[in-house]
Design a protein around this ligand. Structure first.
Ligand code: PGA
Length: 236
């Protein structure tokens, strides 16, 4: 794993945006794996700026997101569909039909998990995957557990994650209790991975993930086995 530390959040976001845009310039129909949460916001703003300056073209780019809550309508401001639309897709020239997220409202959740894995396979896998990391070491919504989940999974959120994400909701009881998340197989088969984190409270978990034992109790630790993962961190 490569590890790069930045003095400011802005510098970290520019570096991540550079790595993503380099991939899109090299392969204009790249499959880009995207993440939600507060950390990627500056990266999406930077990419949107570069698009506005005509430095980047998303017209052939395909995207797959890591996860989505179960039970939130797409137009709910806390849904990840809404997040992606508001923070990135509406600001760039990506074709809506080229953007993909798991559907947390699907009537048959098991079928939806299978559909999402088949979709990622049909796109030829992920060229570059952006990841955040939870305070408990989750990536996507792959929560600490006894085993790594290989495929897209319906997951029960841990109390830790519900607490962390309640800052976006009116109260913790409004946070959905379950979600769909891309599994470790699609993440680990991504040809390149960038994990971004900022803030003192993420420093320890990042070091445990990079240097500690590889264990499903700290899902991000599996990235030690990936041949091309870069961790970008800033204390800011
Ligand atoms: P954050 O979330 O970027 O809002 O800290 C990261 C995560 O939980 O994956």
């Amino acid at each position: 794993m490569k590890y790069e530390v930045f003095a400011t959040y802005d510098q970290m976001c520019r570096r991540a945006a550079n790595l993503i845009s380099a991939q899109i310039i090299l392969k204009e129909d790249a499959v880009v794996g995207l993440a939600t949460g507060s950390t990627p916001l500056g990266i999406y703003n930077t990419l949107a700026d570069w698009y506005a300056k005509s430095d980047l073209d998303f017209s052939r780019v395909r995207t797959v997101n890591l996860d989505e809550y179960c039970g939130l309508p797409f137009e709910d401001p806390q849904s990840y569909h809404y997040f992606m639309q508001t923070n990135l897709f509406s600001k760039i020239n990506i074709k809506p039909s080229n953007t993909h997220l798991p559907n947390g409202l699907a009537p048959d959740i098991r079928e939806e998990c299978k559909r999402y894995d088949a979709l990622i396979n049909s796109l030829g896998g992920i060229d570059i995957q952006l990841l955040g990391i939870g305070h408990n070491g989750h990536i996507g919504f792959n929560e600490p557990s006894d085993t790594f989940s290989k495929d897209t999974t319906h997951i029960r959120l841990t109390e830790d994650t519900i607490r962390a994400n309640s800052r976006f909701f009116k109260s913790p009881s409004d946070v959905p209790r379950s979600a769909l998340t891309m599994g470790m197989r699609s993440i680990m088969c991504s040809r390149k991975i960038i994990l971004v984190a900022n803030g003192k409270e993420k420093e320890e978990i990042i070091h445990q993930a990079m240097e500690g034992p590889i264990t499903p109790r700290l899902p991000a630790s599996i990235l030690q086995l990936h041949p091309d993962t870069t961790v970008l961190f800033t204390i800011e």
